[in-house]
Design a protein around this ligand. Structure first.
Ligand SMILES: [Zn+2]
Length: 275
């Protein structure tokens, strides 16, 4: 009965199952808020805001600057790296954590400071990167933002900081906390020089960054639905259980703890407001 035998391999064996699927990741994106499947190109054209429900997707630092600046921009202090002053180790050494983030994201720390034109006007703009150790502020972020403020003063240009951060970087202990004071002091000098500072708060902006430069803008703009607070959701939930108020949120945010005061800052897209 040899004619029943299959000499060639079946199609199933020729192509391994993982390669049989059409690769759509990257082409289509699912909205976290309304669950609609959105074509990535449409989303990009709409500045990463869901065309169906206006949900603001998280945008990385490089993309943020691309969206804000008219064309090319000049990055400053790109080579600055943390020296790991405390030789800190938690679940893994801090030095290793930094190296991994650098390799993954192609940047040296959690902020990009740049100079360029926005709607034809020269500006200094800083954008924070949440994917780099939670967008936390250590000595490098503090120093780069301070230098950006000083550059704004020297060149008499307005300053824009787009915050996206979990707060101070605990692996740098007190040194990270000192950045709050350093950046705030530089901002007060910028204020004395009567130069405008616009702070854009994106999802999430919490901890020491909220407690310092994110809230010190002449104009503070928050994305709708962004998590804004001092303590993160887990800590806030713990405090709420004790009956202590621990944060403020913008309506429509994900995983908002019960009983929190809700604050609505703005419905428009920050990019539109700035242009
Ligand atoms: Zn949506």
């Amino acid at each position: 009965m040899s004619w029943f035998k299959r000499d060639k391999k079946s199609i199933d064996q020729v192509t391994p199952p993982e390669e049989r699927r059409v690769r759509t990741e990257g082409l289509w994106m699912k909205c976290e808020s309304c669950r609609a499947i959105v074509f990535r190109k449409d989303l990009e054209e709409n500045l990463f805001v869901c065309p169906k429900c206006q949900f603001h997707f998280r945008v990385n630092a490089k993309k943020r600057l691309e969206l804000l600046f008219d064309g090319k921009w000049t990055e400053h202090d790109a080579g600055m790296v943390s020296t790991d002053p405390l030789k800190f180790v938690d679940t893994k050494p801090y030095a290793k954590r930094i190296k991994e983030a650098q390799k993954k994201l192609g940047m040296n720390d959690a902020v990009i400071t740049a100079e360029g034109q926005l709607n034809g006007k020269p500006v200094i703009c800083c954008a924070m990167e949440f994917a780099f150790i939670g967008g936390s502020m250590g000595a490098v972020v503090g120093e780069k933002v301070t230098r950006a403020i000083e550059m704004a003063m020297e060149t008499r240009q307005p300053l824009i900081v787009v915050s996206c951060s979990g707060g101070a970087r605990m692996m740098e202990g007190t040194i990270s906390l000192m950045q709050l004071a350093k950046v705030s002091a530089a901002l007060s000098r910028l204020d004395e020089e009567k130069l405008p500072y616009i702070s854009v708060l994106t999802d999430p902006t919490t901890g020491g960054v909220t407690a310092s430069f994110a809230m010190l803008g002449d104009l503070n703009i928050a994305e709708p639905g962004a998590l804004i607070g001092f303590a993160g959701p887990e800590v806030a939930r713990g405090f709420s259980a004790l009956g202590i108020f621990a944060g403020t949120r913008i309506p429509g945010c994900r995983g908002a703890p019960q009983g929190h005061e809700r604050l609505h800052l703005h419905r428009d897209r920050p990019a539109d407001l700035l242009k």
